[in-house]
Design a protein around this ligand. Structure first.
Ligand code: B3K
Ligand code: ZN
Length: 851
């Protein structure tokens, strides 16, 4: 069937569905190229909707037969679904369709991955399984029978019956079709149990391919901690007798929260000390938690339509961030989250793909699973909590669960519970959901007669379709320090509501040093003229760990900007401050590692661009190197001492936060030291490494200094055939190779017999790796652009979702010089002109081009 014609869907067009569904029975007769799906659905008129004919979504389906109340019907079928005249009252629809999971390379709907059947239905994949009202506001209880000659047959809910070659599952909780899942395969389970606080016994299983069962213990532990945490912190219990997680090799996203049957990208489940890094462990913990938390925020309360996606995603990201903070360190977690927000969401918000947290229109909804919806969405929850306080937040959440359980809700419903629970008027706050762009907040201060005044101005730059912006309600957490470093005014939240507004602090003995936007209390760009001395003071004295780190980061940025624009030497004061901080053993090693790491090249490009300088990726790369060497030179002894002292001989690897923090600081030290010791330590560490964190750490340093050939060969020899580990081998080379050879290295990787490009993890490792190698990707010849475009064009017909997502490599193009812009413009036009381009990629490229 041909591609459905691209059509723009608008939030304002929402209409309730004509019918409600009382029950759904599905039977799957599995066969790789000819799976039969039989559906029996009981419909009744929706009293809240206009009556009408029945429209059911359906794509790439072969309809074998359809009946209504047992009588054959001949619906009118198009590329996007079918329409059928139906009786006025309640009726039973039955249909049989045929689909081909084995040839479904888009990994949406029912597909096969290494001999196993699995599904991905969010957002609109269920329509590739059978005819159905595939929209989140249509909720129904499902019973599923699976027939197939594979030993493990899974679906949502509880197992209710089984026999030779078949199994039946019943999900008592009404759910939308996007939460449907089916898995069938030759799998083994890592099993455990959990007893909820009201005494429900839950069987927990992580299903993997044989040979991987020894890599599930950490994910299982993370799951049990998540279940306990949601009971303790949000009062939310699990609600089925089983909770299944399945690891899949071919998966477009990270994981999926299907009711009772979470499907995970294998990379986000499987971990052993030998094969996974500390960063992998941390990510597994947070994604396991995220998907589990969706059981309440997403599944029990779902979204009315896809424009409300942030209702479940922003809230669930916020919840997983709280959980990780509780499990690890809140200060370090906040810094990591802000780093990610700035790297991905600010980048998006400052470019042609900027869109509101609740978008108002889309062509392909899968293009809106973005950093803005997820991460800025989570920031909005954090701001609400700051504004109403912890108690207000708890009351509002209790009311949310009480009022909307079992329903498909909207952002209006969400804000209303806060208004009702706390009495606050949130109409101005609501603008955060509809207005795109990162607000700029600038601050001036003055001091007279013991009164200190902070004057804030806010403005939000124009974004596509939104030329004019209104002032937002911005919570700004502020504390004041006395000149000798004591906190004279503890953290207070100022509520900025106007374009320009002053706040005063009285009764001060001397002009204080302000610490503004503590804990990054709002997702804004703060501008304040302040001396390097003042920031060095905050780096040493601020009681807010985030702002302490931020002061150091801002100093580092100034130094890098000076290196790029004036070829100045790094300021000795900056290096001295860094040395003092890094040697302070009272500070968490993970925090010291963050304080010691430099802003990334993409961050610097945006910083320069914002300051009116056209960023040159080569110069930024060179400046980073120069500063790295200067740090290594000035802090050499400190770093070498740390590198030695942080090594605990014969220590058994443990992924806990404390041990991971020590390793992070040691790795940061090694990265600098490698710039001046010719890789001697890194080579030694690579030889001796007995865990993947140490091995990848050493390889990273050797790639940095272009001395990795031997290590790469050894690594490949050791890990050949281990998919997830080899993804690292591919990704690191594309990402870290020297700018002048990154494109050639990446091209060679794409010619490697192990470059299984239809596997999204492998494709992302290589093509995504080059896209994130700023100076390599932006090679002045345009060869980086061409290589990425060639592969996106090749992937697009096979897997449009992943291809479309990776077009974001080009989203920053307007920052660069005219030559690079011309090259990228031509590249984007070439992609856009590709015959048969998917609507996913066409929409993305069109938006990046500004159409
Ligand atoms: N809800 C899924 C994302 C599905 C992606 C669809 N293109 C994972 C998550 O956010 O938990
Ligand atoms: Zn999610």
């Amino acid at each position: 069937m041909k591609q459905p014609a691209p059509q723009t869907i608008h939030l304002s067009d929402y209409r309730p569905f004509t019918h409600v569904i009382e029950s759904v029975h599905l039977t799957f007769r599995l066969a790789p190229k000819a799976t039969r799906v039989l559906s029996r659905i009981v419909f009744a008129p929706n009293p809240a909707a206009e009556p009408g004919a029945l429209f059911l979504h359906g794509e790439d389906l072969t309809l074998i037969r359809a009946t209504i109340d047992g009588a054959e019907v001949t619906p009118e079928i198009t590329d996007t679904g079918l329409t059928c005249a139906v009786p006025e009252g309640r009726f039973t629809w039955e249909a049989e369709v045929e689909i081909s999971p084995a040839t479904n390379t888009a990994l949406e709907g029912l597909y096969m991955s290494n001999g196993m059947y699995c599904t991905q239905c969010e957002a609109e994949g269920f329509r590739k399984i059978t005819y159905y009202p595939d929209r989140p506001d249509v909720m129904a209880p499902f019973t599923v029978r699976i027939e197939g000659d594979l030993p493990v047959l899974l679906s949502n809910g509880n197992p209710t019956d089984h026999g030779a070659g078949w199994a039946e599952w019943t999900d008592p909780w009404r759910k939308p079709s996007y939460l449907f899942a089916l898995v069938a395969g030759d799998l083994v389970a890592h099993q455990d149990r959990f007893t909820t606080r009201s005494g429900r016994e839950v069987a927990l299983n992580i299903w993997v391919r044989s040979g991987d069962e020894d890599k599930c213990a950490f994910a299982m532990d993370a799951l049990k901690r998540s279940m306990t945490w949601d009971e303790d912190v949000y009062g939310r219990e699990y609600d089925l007798d089983v909770f299944n997680i399945v690891a899949v090799d071919d998966f477009n996203a990270g994981a999926m929260e299907n009711k009772g049957l979470n499907v995970f990208n294998a990379a986000l489940v499987l971990a052993s000390p030998e094969t996974a890094t500390d960063a992998n462990y941390e990510r597994i913990e947070s994604v396991i938690a995220h998907e589990y938390f969706h059981n309440w925020t997403g599944n029990r309360i779902t979204c009315r339509d896809w424009f409300q996606l942030c209702l479940k995603e922003g809230l669930t990201v916020f919840r997983d961030q709280q959980f990780s903070g509780d499990m690890r360190s809140h200060a370090v977690k906040r810094i990591d989250d802000v780093l990610a927000l700035r790297a991905r969401q600010f980048r998006e918000d400052n470019g042609p793909l900027a869109h509101p947290v609740r978008p108002e229109s889309f062509v392909e909804v899968n293009n809106f699973y973005t950093a803005t919806v997820y991460d800025k969405g989570a920031e909005l929850i954090g701001m609400l909590k700051t504004l109403v306080g912890d108690e207000g937040y708890a009351k509002a959440l209790d009311l949310y669960f009480e009022r909307h359980d079992g329903h498909a809700a909207t952002i209006e419903d969400w804000l209303k519970v806060f208004e009702d629970a706390t009495g606050r008027d949130l109409s101005q706050f609501k603008l955060w959901y509809s207005q795109a762009g990162t607000p700029r907040v600038s601050v001036e201060d003055s001091f007279a007669d013991g009164t200190y005044t902070l004057t804030f101005s806010q403005s939000t730059p124009p974004t596509p379709g939104q030329p004019d912006k209104r002032p937002l309600l911005i919570p700004i957490a502020v504390g004041l320090l006395s000149p000798n470093g004591e906190e004279v005014v503890p953290t207070r939240v100022l509520e900025l509501t106007k374009p320009r507004q002053s706040f005063t602090f009285e009764g001060l003995g001397a002009r204080p040093v302000p610490s503004i936007l503590r804990n990054f209390s709002a997702p804004v760009t703060l501008r304040r003229e302040s001396s390097a001395d003042e920031r060095a003071f905050l780096l040493t004295h601020d009681t807010d760990p985030f702002n302490r780190w931020e002061a150091g980061r801002s100093l580092a940025k100034d130094v890098l900007v000076a290196l790029v624009t004036e070829a100045a030497d790094p300021a000795p004061a900056f290096l001295d401050g860094l040395d003092t901080l890094v040697r302070d053993d009272s500070l968490d090693p993970a925090f010291r590692a963050l304080a010691l790491s430099l802003p990334g090249q993409d961050d610097m490009a945006q910083t320069l661009f914002d300051a009116g300088t056209t960023p040159d990726p080569d110069r930024i790369h060179a400046a980073e190197r120069q500063l790295g060497r200067a740090i290594a030179g000035r802090l050499g002894t400190t770093l070498a001492d740390l590198y030695d002292a942080l090594h605990v001989p014969d220590e058994r690897y443990s992924p806990d936060a404390e041990a991971a923090g020590r390793r992070a600081l040691r790795q940061t030290a090694l990265r600098y030291l490698s710039l001046i010791d010719d890789g001697a330590r890194a080579k030694g560490q690579f030889e001796e490494a007995d865990n993947m964190t140490a091995q990848v750490g050493a390889l990273t340093c050797l790639l940095d200094i272009d001395q990795a050939d031997a290590a790469l060969a050894d690594f490949r020899h050791q890990w050949h055939g281990k998919r997830l580990v080899m993804d690292k081998w591919f990704g690191l080379q594309a990402n870290l190779s020297r700018p002048d050879k990154a494109v050639a290295v990446t091209r060679a990787l794409t010619n490697d017999p192990d470059f299984d490009w239809k596997n999204p993890n492998r494709f992302r490792a290589v093509i995504g790796g080059l896209s994130a190698n700023a100076a390599g990707f932006h090679d002045p010849s345009g060869a980086g652009y061409a290589l990425v475009a060639d592969w996106l064009i090749r992937l697009d017909p096979v897997n449009p979702q992943t291809a479309a997502r990776m077009t974001t490599a080009f989203e920053t193009w307007r920052r660069y010089d005219a030559d690079r812009q011309a090259l990228i413009g031509e590249t984007l036009e070439r992609i856009a002109a590709t015959p048969g381009l998917s609507r996913d990629t066409a929409e993305m490229v069109g938006r990046i081009l500004g159409r």
